[in-house]
Design a protein around this ligand. Structure first.
Ligand SMILES: Cc1cc2nc3c(=O)[nH]c(=O)nc-3n(C[C@H](O)[C@H](O)[C@H](O)COP(=O)(O)OP(=O)(O)OC[C@H]3O[C@@H](n4cnc5c(N)ncnc54)[C@H](O)[C@@H]3O)c2cc1C
Length: 422
């Protein structure tokens, strides 16, 4: 590696470049307090955990200990009673700290997957589960995606078959890409309880469960997937083969699971958008710091417009995506407060705003991360400069939970009223 004038760029460059005007006091308080916890987990911690594929359980524990996992859960259940606007800020503060998607994924299902549970769960379900998730004793994962259904969630084929005596269900089928399943005690599971042929609409006959992941029981197997980024957290194929679950794991009414799970999915889009923003700002701050200090041809590389302009452009993309993200989160909270979400037009606008926000934040993050690697030259490829890790990770918000192509399909059909393409 060639000699550099200074090697501690992350200390000398301002870490936070986002314009914070317009945020609420609560959001700024969350940003500050979460940032302080994250400061105990430096970039070297995340580099090591990424390389060793080691779960950041102490980070999860630190966030739980400080009460942050219950940020968007009602106070009556032991949460903080804040909204998705604050939770999005929390997730952004995590990725922006340098923890990246690994830090976010270590906790985010606990924040969004618990939303439908908190809203539709019985008192008995909530009494034990929510406090244990908030305290960090139990971790949760979200079991929706299937290999044979992909983005066509309504085509999922995992079944939960009710036992004749009504005491429970047997689950059979396969889930894929389930983050943190190896370390989770609970899974929020979407499964079909009425065959597709017997329902009027494919969105009917799906049910939502909060199940134990009891590896000592027959019919449950997990296989870790080797992946490109966020390697500290596990992603898995999960196989169910007649796995028994009791009837009290059902959330809400049987057959109405899809409507319920949307509360989790909608929150997830806002959180993912925030996570993307944090990655982008972190990468850009690091690139600007490097470009100020790295001298080639007798001047800082940032003096060259070929280096400076792509970074300046990436900054403005992030700032625009930030406005879209926090607008969408605010609409989510307003709809939740109105409990029902207003008329169809309001719901469409809110859904469209979340989808747009996730899209533009993911694209802005990708631009920032890619340009940050390029601005570092060869050092952009070295693990110790972090930007390669963030570039690998910033692909996730582009793919999940809904891909760029499906968002474009949605906007084309629902907003521009173009013919449906699929
Ligand atoms: C790191 C990671 C973590 C994840 N964590 C979880 C988790 O915890 N829980 C969970 O349930 N899921 C999780 N997922 C799954 C994720 O939500 C899915 O990967 C995502 O929804 C895409 O589905 P798919 O992979 O099946 O893609 P496919 O549906 O196979 O699509 C493949 C490609 O084809 C395109 N495509 C498909 N149909 C159309 C069409 N009609 N028009 C245009 N383009 C189309 C898509 O846009 C995409 O580019 C995770 C994924 C990743 C990568």
């Amino acid at each position: 590696m060639h000699a550099l004038p200074r090697r501690d760029f992350s200390c000398t460059s301002p870490r936070h470049i986002m314009e914070t005007t317009g945020f609420t006091e609560n959001q700024l308080m969350v940003r500050e307090a979460v940032g302080q916890i994250c400061a105990d987990f430096p970039n070297t911690y995340w580099q090591e955990h990424d390389q060793k594929e080691q779960d950041p359980s102490d980070f999860h524990a630190a966030m739980a200990k400080a009460g942050w996992l219950g940020i968007a859960l009602p106070e009556a259940l032991g949460g903080s009673g804040l909204g998705i606007s604050e939770a999005t800020m929390m997730m952004q503060a995590i990725t922006e700290s340098g923890a990246g998607m690994a830090g976010a994924q270590a906790i985010h299902a606990n924040v969004y997957a618990t939303q439908p549970l908190a809203r539709f769960g019985t008192r008995e379900q909530l009494r034990e589960t929510i406090p244990n998730i908030i305290s960090g004793k139990w971790r949760a994962c979200f079991g929706v995606t299937e290999p044979n259904a992909g983005l066509n969630t309504l085509g999922l084929s995992t079944t939960a078959q009710r036992l004749p005596d009504g005491s429970g269900y047997r689950v059979s089928g396969q889930k894929i890409w389930i983050t943190c399943a190896q370390v989770a005690s609970k899974m929020i599971l979407l499964a079909r309880t009425t065959p597709l042929e017997q329902v009027r609409r494919p969105s009917e006959g799906l049910s939502l469960f909060c199940i134990d992941l009891d590896r000592s029981q027959p019919g449950l197997e997990m296989r870790r997937i080797k992946k490109m980024g966020g390697r500290a957290v596990d992603a898995n194929e999960v196989f169910f083969d007649g796995y028994s679950i009791p009837s009290d794991t059902l959330i809400g009414e049987e057959g109405r699971g899809f409507k319920m799970i949307l509360h989790g999915m909608n929150a997830e889009r806002c959180l993912l958008a925030g996570e993307a923003l944090g990655l982008g700002y972190a990468a850009l701050a690091k690139a600007a710091g490097y470009a100020r200090e790295r001298v080639v041809f007798g001047r800082p590389i940032g003096q060259n417009q070929g280096v400076a302009h792509p970074l300046a452009d990436a900054y403005m993309r992030l700032e625009a995506a930030k406005l879209a993200t926090y607008h969408a989160a605010r609409l989510y909270d307003m709809a939740a407060a109105a409990a029902g979400g207003g008329g169809g037009g309001t719901r469409l606008r809110a859904a469209s705003s979340r989808t747009r926000a996730k899209y533009v934040a993911a694209e802005a993050a990708f631009a920032a991360c890619e340009r940050a690697v390029l601005a570092h030259g060869g050092m952009g490829y070295a693990a110790e400069y972090d930007v390669e890790r963030w570039l690998r990770e910033c692909l996730v918000p582009r793919i999940a939970p809904v891909s760029r192509e499906m968002i474009l399909n949605y906007i084309g059909e629902k907003v521009l009223r173009l013919p449906r393409s699929y």
